[in-house]
Write a protein that binds this ligand. Structure first.
Ligand SMILES: Cc1cc2nc3c(=O)[nH]c(=O)nc-3n(C[C@H](O)[C@H](O)[C@H](O)COP(=O)(O)OP(=O)(O)OC[C@H]3O[C@@H](n4cnc5c(N)ncnc54)[C@H](O)[C@@H]3O)c2cc1C
Length: 561
């Protein structure tokens, strides 16, 4: 059994949680000064005191599932069930710290093959049991919350044992991976063939190939390697209506591309068991560099120029003034002082950090692409920080989440949200979402830090990724964030029926964005999704309460305070 199967009540990242990543003293001092944080210790409740209801899985269903996957792969114990209770959003973490009621699955089922997954679904239809497909469990939108809908019980279908590289076609550069393969294992398995997937989301260390496909994930190097959906050549899907295989050629005019019904379907239409992926030769050279541009507007213009002249670096990431200030403040001590002094000297009053990273098969290719990009960047008068700044970002690129437990321990509310829009709408959307978060999280004695970056750019627009940090409301931590999130979603949804941006660029819909989806795809779009669901999952066992819009809609006029 892999470590993923053994996970118990999860901290924000590793089972060891905060112990692995304490908060440096200078970071705590900065938080106190900047936000009014008191810094009182608010430790998580021990797992032993969390309320876990008895399993409601009927004995007949348990026995039938055990027939398919073996007794040892149907887990009813408290630890296993708690371990698959929700994902990794701030609200999930607060709930697991004893802050609110938990939706605990009645059992965890661990199939070992695509055939077993298919048979598990048949058993669950027969016994009226809901199924929540569970990959790495890193969803931040409620995608793996164990909701049972109108079913008798709900099981978490943990795909951790579907962990094989099925085949590699080096000529076509296609690899088939089982859905439960986690990203680091995918890189290891492909690396043995000199290949890479090039998909590096911040959740890299835990998330799975099936989860990426089910949520249309975007990695940090999406400008170079593409979003995950761009890599998917084919899919194997288990559904209550039977197995469905999609994708036979690199391009096709055989009607609408039905792979795109499965990509982003978030476990509501079927369980992805295998994914055929476009892979690339592993890079042999890398170069990451940092620049500072004076002002967000100038930074945005630089990234737009790179995108529209098709010279984006593989990693292209621009922080706004607040995010840059946080990075500088948290680098600590002399480094902070030296950098502030240097930028002052260069006359930069509103520093915005731009990280560019190139990965290539050889030095000549890298030099050629870098030169072309830098010719563009230099027209925006950057201050060059060199490769130390770029490498420091690369080195720490998966580190942020490890500190969430430590932040929660000192009474912080910390969460992220994201959207995307066109270049022409981007400045206004950035200002309105930022303003909505600041307003919603500001109360007497509490001042939030709201920061943003662009990390996925396209010729026509870009994503905006916000992080909000505020002293936690100890009496209503969940409500505090939900009000802020609603305010931000309203800014994104716009007024008058035309959304200003997408409700999600890569985090997916889950439970959290579900009320907003029909506003983006229209009522007809919502009906089409529901009709597809009825065909593939007629009794509605698959991931109830996620993605597919229900009758409820956000009330635009209702006050949020
Ligand atoms: C700290 C942090 C950083 C993150 N950074 C990024 C980022 O940079 N880019 C990004 O895109 N996302 C990011 N995410 C969000 C998350 O990691 C992605 O949504 C990821 O794609 C989920 O993969 P997973 O294997 O963990 O899926 P899970 O969380 O297990 O599941 C996600 C959804 O997909 C469904 N699902 C999972 N596996 C399958 C399957 N085999 N078949 C059908 N449905 C399935 C689940 O039911 C659920 O609805 C981040 C999350 C965290 C906590």
């Amino acid at each position: 059994m892999t470590e993923a199967i053994d996970h118990t009540v999860r901290g924000s990242w590793t089972p060891a949680g905060a112990a692995r990543s304490p908060l440096p003293a200078h970071a705590l001092r900065w938080l106190r000064a900047r936000t009014g944080l008191v810094g009182a210790t608010t430790p998580a409740a021990p797992a032993s005191v969390l309320a876990v209801p008895d399993s409601a899985l009927p004995e007949g269903a348990r026995a039938a599932l055990a027939d398919v996957v073996d007794e040892s792969n149907v887990l009813l114990d408290r630890e296993a069930r708690l371990g698959r209770t929700g994902g990794l959003s701030y609200v999930d973490l607060v709930r697991r710290r004893g802050g609110a009621e938990l939706a605990v699955p009645d059992a965890v089922v661990l199939p070992e093959s695509p055939t077993q997954v298919q048979r598990v679904l048949e058993v669950c239809v027969e016994h009226d049991v809901a199924v929540v497909p569970f990959g790495g469990g890193t969803s931040v939108v409620g995608g793996v919350t164990a909701l049972r809908g109108d079913k008798k019980a709900v099981v978490a279908l943990d795909l951790a044992q579907l962990d094989r590289l099925v085949s590699v076609d080096p000529v076509s550069r296609i690899a088939v991976l089982q859905a439960g393969v986690r990203a680091p294992d995918a890189e290891r398995l492909l690396g043995a063939h000199g290949l890479t997937l090039g998909h590096f989301p911040q959740s890299f260390e835990r998330a799975t190939v099936g989860g990426f496909a089910a949520t249309r994930s975007a990695g940090q190097a999406s400008s170079g390697y593409g979003r995950f959906e761009d890599m998917v050549e084919g899919l194997r899907l288990a559904t209550p209506a039977g197995e469905w295989r999609l994708g036979v050629a690199p391009a096709s005019a055989a009607g609408p591309d039905l792979r795109h019904l499965v990509l982003g379907s978030e476990g509501t239409l079927g369980v992805i068991t295998e994914v055929a992926l476009r892979v690339r030769p592993a890079p042999t050279v890398r170069r990451y560099e940092g620049f500072v541009l004076d002002g967000w507007e100038r930074g945005v213009a630089a990234v737009r120029a790179l995108a529209q002249q098709r010279e984006l670096a593989d990693v292209t990431r621009l922080s706004d003034v607040d995010e840059t200030e946080v990075s500088v403040a948290l680098s600590g001590g002399l480094r902070t002082k030296a950098l502030r002094g240097y930028l002052n000297l260069r006359g930069v009053s509103r520093p915005c950090l731009l990280v560019l990273g190139w990965e290539a098969e050889d030095g000549r290719e890298l030099a050629w692409r870098r030169d072309a990009a830098l010719r563009i960047v230099h027209t925006f008068s950057p201050v060059t920080l060199g490769s130390a700044a770029g490498e420091s970002w690369r080195h720490n690129r998966f580190a942020g989440p490890r500190q969430r437990d430590a932040l929660l321990d000192v009474g912080v509310c910390v969460e992220t949200l994201e959207t995307a829009t066109t270049w022409s709408a981007l400045p206004a959307l950035w200002a309105s979402v930022r303003g909505a978060l600041v307003d919603a999280l500001t109360t007497p004695g509490r001042r939030p830090v709201v920061m943003c970056h662009i990390s996925h750019a396209y010729e026509t627009g870009a994503s905006l990724y916000f992080t909000a940090i505020a002293p936690r409301d100890p009496d209503d931590p969940v409500g505090q964030w939900q009000r802020a999130k609603t305010a931000a979603c309203r800014a994104i949804a716009g007024s008058g029926g035309t959304p200003v941006g997408t409700i999600t660029h890569h985090h997916a819909v889950g439970t959290d964005h579900r009320p907003w989806l029909a506003g983006e795809i229209g009522d007809l779009g919502a009906d089409v999704l529901a009709a597809v669901k009825r065909r593939l999952d007629p009794t509605g066992i698959l991931n109830p309460g996620k993605l597919i819009p229900g009758p409820e809609r956000p009330d635009q006029d209702q006050p949020i305070g």
